[in-house]
Design a protein around this ligand. Sequence first.
Ligand code: 9D3
Length: 237
Amino acid sequence: MKIDVLTIFPEFFTQVFDFGIIRRAKLAGIVEIKVHDIREFAVDKHKMTDDRPFGGGDGMVMKPEPIFAAIQHLLGTTNRDEYPQGTKVVMLSPQGKPLKQAVARSFADEAKHLVLICGRYEGIDERVNETLVTDEISIGDYVLSGGEPAAVVLTDAIVRLLPEALGSDTSAENDSFSDGLLDCPHYTRPAEFMGMKVPDVLLNGNHAEIEKWRQQMAFDKTKLNRPDLLTGDNGDM
Ligand code: 9D3
């Protein structure tokens, strides 16, 4: 998979993709990630990427021209109907569709080339959405200062699902969410630490009983922290 990130803060990403699964996936040739400075596609002599909103109001809006130029450079067209098969242009925005595991899964399964557009300021000229963007994604109901952290979250969630990205010691199938419940608690040595004991059931070697305990604990944790996941009104896991 190829991932191109468009941002006015390319330095934000200098270290973040160089650790763990993403680093390994890059080294194994499973994913190629490039970060592009939107300012380098600015058309005027001052390299402006934002301007005042038509209709008035506070704040600035990102100009369309640099983003159209960047997409023309990356994809050879600014008409989303002409993108090659498997190409997705994703706008990270508070107005987007909520990111869920199923959304990450469908990008991992279907996309060959992802272009992630990170907004700043009050937003991006809507003509970018109307013409270039295939998917508008939010990572949740809280206010970020820009799309960059969301692009990192989305990239991480997708790359770890690419075939062969996970080490053999880990399984995407066993993950929290794949069965619609949160994960159970985990313990390792020592069996007693500062007077706190590991639950006996984990030490007795009865694997049927251990599995039953883990399912119960996963259910209890889900009921406590995410009751929405139990009532079926969750975003299609
Ligand atoms: C006053 C209206 N705000 C919209 C809800 C303004 C505004 C807030 C935050 C405009 C841009 C932003 C920057 N956020 C993102 O670009 C963003 C985001 C987020 O804030 N929350 C969750 N997901 C995302 S994805 C991109």
